[in-house]
Design a binder for this molecule. Structure first.
Ligand SMILES: [Zn+2]
Length: 534
C-alpha cells in the first residue's frame, strides 16, 4: 500500500495564469525539473556515472559540453569569495572551449597548473584557488605567464574530482555549471547524485549558486524521459496500460503547460506533488515505458488550446467543474460522472474525520480568522455535482464563509476533498471499567454505577467522570469521549484531491472495463481530442 500514499493530490492554484493560452506549434523538448532549491538548496553535490561525465554550460535548454571529466565521481560546490580558495588568475579568454583547452595545455606545460573556466561569457584558461587576492596578484605577476587576478562572485560554481582538483569553474550570474553523462538523451543512461534527493536520474544537471554558499540543482531532461519518472510515481506501474497511457498524456500536457512555472529558481516543474511527483530513482517498468513510448508526442487539445490536464487520485460519484474549485472557467473541465472508480475500496476513497470545536478554533486563528470560539460549521451551498461550494464557520465573535477550494483547504486535516457533508456531534461512547487482579480481570462494568476501594488506592466513578487516585494524587477522566462530544464536527466525504479533470482511480476502472486511453481522456476532459505534436 506504500505506493498509494504517493499518488499526488495536484493543487493547481495558479491555473488562471495560463488560462486560455493558445500554444504555438512548437513545444519544449527538454524540461528543467527542480531537484534541490529554496530551503532545500545544498552545500555541495556528488555526481557519479558508469559512463563518461561531461562538464559544461547550458545555452537555454541545450547542453554545451566543455570538458570530458577523467573521473567517475565529481563534486560541485559554490566557489564563494569568503571561502578558503576563491581567488584565481585568468591567463587568457577564448570564444570556444577548444581554444581554451589548448591554452590550458600550453600553460600546464610551462609549469603553471591551470584549468578551464567560464567567466564573463568567455571560456578561459584559469589558475588558482588562491586564498587571497594578494596571493592571486603575486601569481599573476611572478609565474611564467602573466595574467589577471580575479575574485569569484557569489554565483561561481566549481567542479572538483575526488582528489580535490578543479575540473571546471563557471562564474556567471545567468548560467550554471552543467554535468551530463556522455549519452544523456538515451533514457538508459543514468547519473547518480548524492544529497537529500539522492538517486539515479536521466538527462543532466545544472548547478547554480542562487543563494550564498548553496547550490540549486536542476535536472535537465528530455520530456519523454521525464515522463517515465512521473508516470511510475503518479500511478502504479502494475495498472492497466491504457490507464498508464492516459496518465502519460496528462503528464505531458501538464508539464508543457508549466514551462518556467518555478522561474524564481530557474526551472519549469518541481519534483513534488506541487507539480507532478517525479521519481528519484528512474523507473524501468516495461508497462510505464510502453505507455510513454506508444503515446510519444501526443497532447490533448480543446480546439487549438493545449488542455490544462489536471487530475487527482479519486473523486467519488462526479468530478467537479473547475469554476467551483479555482474560479476560472474552462469548457473542457466540467463535471462528469465517474462511475468506474471503486471509491468504496480505495485508499482515502471514502473517509470520515472529526474535528473538535477547540481544534477548529485553533485552525481558524492560526490562519488569521479571528471569529472567537467556533460554534457552528455548516455547508450552506452545494455545487450541482454535489461538492461543497460554500462553507459557513460561525464563532462567538463573528463568522466567515469559505468558497470553492478553501472549503477543502481550511480544515484540510479533516477533509480529503471538496465533496463532503459535515455534522455536529457524533456517536456517544460510554466507557466501561475492568477490575484487574494480576492477569485476570472482571467483566466490564458501566461507569457511573461502580465504586472500588483497594487500601489507600481508589477508583471511583460518578455519573460521567472517573477518578483514579493512589492516595496522594488523583486524576479525573471524562467518561464521554471526544467522538461523542457535542462540540465535535464530523466530516464524511469521498474522493482524494481537488476533484477536477481526470480521476486516476476512475481511469484505472475505465481501463479495466475495456476503455482505451483516448476514451478515458475524452471522458474526463469534455470536447477534447488528441493530436500528435512531435
Ligand atoms: Zn511545483
Amino acid at each position: 500500500m506504500k505506493f498509494l500514499l504517493k499518488i499526488s493530490i495536484i493543487t493547481m492554484v495558479l491555473l488562471a495564469t495560463v488560462a486560455g493560452q493558445a500554444f504555438a506549434a512548437e513545444y519544449a523538448d527538454t524540461l528543467r525539473v527542480g531537484i534541490c532549491y529554496g530551503s532545500g538548496a545544498v552545500d555541495s553535490l556528488d555526481f557519479e556515472s558508469s559512463s563518461d561525465i561531461y562538464a559544461g554550460i547550458l545555452n537555454g535548454r541545450e547542453f554545451i559540453p566543455v570538458k570530458l571529466i577523467d573521473a567517475s565521481l565529481v563534486t560541485a560546490k559554490p566557489d564563494l569569495v569568503d571561502s578558503a580558495a576563491a581567488y584565481h588568475v585568468i591567463y587568457s579568454s577564448h570564444e570556444t572551449p577548444e581554444d581554451a583547452h589548448l591554452a590550458v595545455a600550453s600553460l600546464n606545460e610551462s609549469g603553471i597548473e591551470c584549468f578551464i573556466g567560464y567567466k564573463n561569457s568567455s571560456f578561459c584558461a584559469m589558475g588558482g584557488n588562491y586564498k587571497s587576492m594578494n596571493d592571486a596578484q603575486w601569481a599573476a605577476e611572478n609565474l611564467a605567464a602573466a595574467g589577471t587576478p580575479v575574485a569569484s562572485s557569489a554565483s561561481a560554481v566549481r567542479l572538483v574530482d575526488a582528489l580535490g582538483k578543479t575540473q571546471f569553474l563557471v562564474d556567471d550570474t545567468a548560467k550554471g555549471l552543467a554535468v551530463y553523462s556522455s549519452d544523456f538523451e538515451d533514457p538508459d543512461t543514468l547519473l547518480k547524485i548524492s544529497g537529500p534527493a539522492k538517486g539515479t536520474y536521466r538527462g543532466g544537471f545544472e548547478c547554480r549558486a542562487l543563494t550564498a554558499g548553496k547550490l540549486t540543482i536542476v535536472n535537465v531532461v528530455p520530456v519523454e524521459s521525464y515522463l517515465y519518472s512521473v508516470v511510475c510515481r503518479e500511478m502504479s506501474p502494475s495498472w492497466n496500460v491504457e490507464a498508464l497511457k492516459a496518465q502519460a498524456v496528462c503528464a505531458r500536457n501538464f508539464a508543457l503547460g508549466r514551462i518556467n512555472y518555478h522561474k524564481q529558481y530557474g526551472f519549469d516543474v518541481c519534483r513534488t506533488v506541487c507539480c507532478q511527483a517525479y521519481s528519484t530513482d528512474a523507473d524501468q517498468s516495461q508497462n510505464v515505458h510502453t505507455a510513454v513510448d506508444t503515446t510519444k508526442g501526443e497532447l490533448l487539445f480543446y480546439e487549438d488550446q493545449l488542455v490544462q490536464a489536471v487530475y487527482s487520485s479519486s473523486m467519488g460519484a462526479y468530478t467537479e467543474s473547475v469554476e467551483n474549485v479555482w474560479g476560472s472557467k474552462f469548457p473542457y473541465l466540467v463535471s462528469v460522472e465517474n462511475p468506474y472508480e471503486d471509491t468504496e475500496n480505495i485508499y482515502n476513497g471514502k473517509w470520515t474525520k472529526t474535528l473538535t470545536a477547540d481544534r477548529a478554533t485553533e485552525i481558524m486563528h492560526s490562519k488569521g480568522y479571528n471569529i472567537g470560539d467556533v460554534i457552528e460549521i455548516k455547508v450552506i451551498e452545494n455545487t450541482p455535482a454535489g461538492g461543497v461550494l460554500k462553507l459557513l464557520v460561525r464563532g462567538t465573535g463573528g463568522e466567515k464563509v469559505f468558497e470553492r477550494e478553501s472549503c477543502r483547504s481550511i480544515f484540510s486535516e479533516a477533509t480529503y476533498s471538496q465533496r463532503y457533508t459535515v455534522t455536529k456531534g457524533g456517536q456517544t461512547i460510554k466507557p466501561v471499567l475492568y477490575i484487574a487482579s494480576g492477569t485476570s480481570k472482571t467483566s466490564p462494568v458501566t461507569l457511573g454505577s461502580v465504586s472500588v476501594l483497594t487500601g489507600s488506592k481508589a477508583v471511583t466513578s460518578v455519573n460521567d467522570a472517573c477518578t483514579v487516585s493512589d492516595g496522594k494524587a488523583k486524576k479525573t477522566y471524562k467518561t464521554t469521549q471526544t467522538n461523542g462530544d457535542a462540540n465535535t464536527y464530523t466530516f464524511s466525504g469521498e474522493g482524494w484531491g481537488h476533484g477536477v479533470g481526470m480521476s486516476q482511480y476512475g481511469a484505472k476502472g475505465m481501463a479495466e472495463a475495456g476503455f482505451n486511453y483516448e476514451e478515458i481522456l475524452t471522458h474526463y476532459y469534455t470536447g477534447t481530442h488528441i493530436k500528435k505534436a512531435y
